[in-house]
Design a protein. Structure first.
Length: 390
């Protein structure tokens, strides 16, 4: 396979030259031909326009995400044929496009993709044919920790695929010794999703995501930001805000594996994390125990928890919310608006839904805002705001 070179010199001049994009094989990084400085400027202008009515008092400098080598998770569709698989995406005709040299992936992920392809070729398993609705191999998900350890997840259609991969796990561990977590996920249905509900572990339980101050534990179906360096910047910024407002008690709603809660925890601060995923809560508890942090993590619906506890002695000084793209919605916005919580930190991957939620909470003003470019070369971004009750 031939690709145009990905060289450090291209990064020095604010561009990442990608052969896949230039040949029209992959257009996922829609802004890759735009100078990175211009990408940042355009995102800042758009985000400020969307949040104009909220009128943040201070905009902090954007936290840049980098030109290349930043993505810590690859969601690789399996294409090609038995013995000659591709790992990357499927084109409009559902043919496999191999992206093993993708420049935005971390070097650890780029290095392991050819090894995974050879391993899958040796199994003789057929890639899933979307049009014909037959075949076995659907996806391979790879997550890389800063340490270089990997979590590898194979998504297959049937028990047969699981049995074949299980029978060859010894070989896999030999050729990828830094795979500390390996699992097989079953997705028998023909639908546009990346995983099914059943997961069988072949090695390990969770990937240790070693960050600058905290080790988080990611299980196969856990969520984590795709850009590790920017995630660390976001966690540190939120912790700085929480410290600055001198919060003695804190809720982290939609806490995931506990990143915000654990970064903000201190001996003088009561911390509670709430997340609907029981797996994520168990991971957060493991991290807290390792760090010796007295934090409470509960599995449950964030909105219901807030509605039940905001009017009690449990009400905190500060609430962190980090919802999915739809935002926190009318119910949680109303619950926060009607109580005396002094500060809210809202981390959002969708400025449009953030603006709607802020409009529902006129009792709060936005004192600081900051963009975190979690997704370079795309229109997507993360923005965090600090709210203070008027």
């Amino acid at each position: 396979m031939t690709t145009l070179p990905l060289t450090p010199a291209s990064a020095d001049h604010g561009h990442l030259h990608c052969g896949y994009f230039e040949r029209g094989e992959c257009r996922s990084c829609a802004l890759i031909e735009t100078h990175y400085g211009q990408q940042i400027a355009d995102k800042e202008a758009w985000c400020r326009e969307v949040l104009a009515e909220a009128a943040p008092r201070v905009w902090l400098p954007t936290f840049a995400g980098g030109l290349r080598d930043f993505r810590n998770r690859a969601k690789l569709a399996v294409g090609g044929s038995a013995g000659n698989v591709t790992l990357g995406i499927l084109d409009q005709e559902f043919h496999g496009v191999d992206l093993r040299d993708c420049g935005i992936q971390t070097p650890a992920i780029r290095a392991v993709i050819p090894v995974l392809a050879d391993f899958l070729d040796a199994t003789g398993l057929e890639p899933y044919d979307v049009a014909a609705r037959r075949g076995e191999l659907k996806f391979v998900h790879v997550t890389a920790a800063p340490s270089g350890e990997l979590m590898i997840r194979f998504v297959v259609r049937t028990q047969h695929g699981l049995d074949v991969l299980r029978s060859r796990k010894g070989r896999l561990f030999e050729v990828i010794p830094n795979a500390s977590v390996v699992s097989v996920n079953l997705l028998p249905e023909h639908k546009a999703v990346l995983e099914g509900s059943r997961e069988e572990m072949l090695r390990g339980e969770s990937l240790r995501m070693n960050l600058d101050r905290v080790d988080l534990h990611l299980r196969p179906q856990s969520f984590f930001q795709t850009n590790t360096a920017v995630a660390i910047g976001l966690y540190n910024q939120v912790a700085e805000w929480v410290d600055a407002v001198e919060a003695s008690s804190l809720w982290d709603l939609y806490c995931g594996v506990g990143g915000f809660a654990l970064y903000c925890a201190s001996p003088a601060r009561r911390v509670t994390g709430v997340e609907v995923s029981e797996q994520a809560i168990e991971s957060a508890k493991v991290s807290a125990a390792e760090l010796g942090i007295e934090a409470r993590f509960l599995a449950g619906d964030a909105t219901e928890f807030a509605e039940e506890n905001l009017s009690t002695d449990e009400r905190p000084d500060c609430v962190i919310v980090n919802p999915p793209r739809r935002g926190i919605g009318a119910r949680l916005s109303a619950a926060l608006e009607s109580t005396g919580v002094e500060h809210i930190v809202y981390s959002s991957c969708n400025p449009v839904s953030l603006a709607k939620d802020l409009a529902r909470m006129p009792a709060y003003e936005v004192t600081q805002a900051r963009i975190f470019d979690m997704f370079p070369h795309t229109k997507h971004l993360e923005v965090a705001v600090l709210l203070q009750r008027r």
